[in-house]
Design a protein around this ligand. Structure first.
Ligand SMILES: [Fe+2]
Length: 186
């Protein structure tokens, strides 16, 4: 005889929270590799993460903090179709970002001698893959598809400052220039 067990959305949500807390709560000043190893140990499906997906409010993307202590912050990001972030850094925080659903376009930049962003690397990140960002490194995230993108991001230490690149259309890379103009009101 088949036993059928019903699990509520709230139980799924709490179970995800417990697993994230267990993986990150004892970390002290973790390196990026430790963040990635912890994320790899939590291969959540979109069904498990869905209760934490939020719609954009003041930013171009939904941002929901799932866990935070003095050393680590874990956030679920939702990029709707055809949206992108401005070029920004994370201040002194390192970040590791794992794609749960969709195809994320991730770009990193350097600054020219005139303090203009210059595209350094662009990559397409698929579900189960990750990208990372160093402290003070400029980057942008984008969803160039008609399906949503959902990621789990980990910041160490927790994000306290994000410098947005204000180029006034002076970016050396045309793609960067259009992104900056589009989000100049952030
Ligand atoms: Fe970022």
């Amino acid at each position: 005889m088949l036993n059928v067990i019903f699990i509520s959305w709230e139980e799924i949500r709490l179970d995800v929270r417990r697993k994230i807390e267990a993986a990150f709560q004892d970390m002290v000043q973790p390196a990026k590799e430790a963040l990635w190893n912890a994320l790899q140990s939590l291969p959540f499906t979109i069904t498990e993460i869905a209760p934490y997906v939020t719609e954009p409010e003041t930013l171009p993307y939904g941002r929901n903090t799932v866990f935070r202590n003095e050393h680590v912050e874990v956030v679920v990001i939702h990029l709707p179709p055809f949206t992108q972030s401005p070029i920004h850094d994370h201040g002194g925080s390192a970040a590791c970002e794992r794609v749960v659903e969709g195809k994320l376009t991730h770009a990193t930049y350097t600054l020219s001698s005139g303090s203009r962003p210059v595209l350094k690397k662009i990559e397409l990140v698929h579900p189960g893959q990750h990208c990372s960002v160093d402290p003070q490194e400029l980057h942008s995230i984008a969803n160039h598809t008609d399906k949503r993108v959902v990621t789990i991001n980990v910041y160490a230490p927790p994000l306290s400052l994000s410098n947005v690149c204000q180029t006034d259309g002076e970016a050396e890379d045309p793609a960067a220039r259009s992104r900056t103009r589009e989000h100049s009101n952030r």
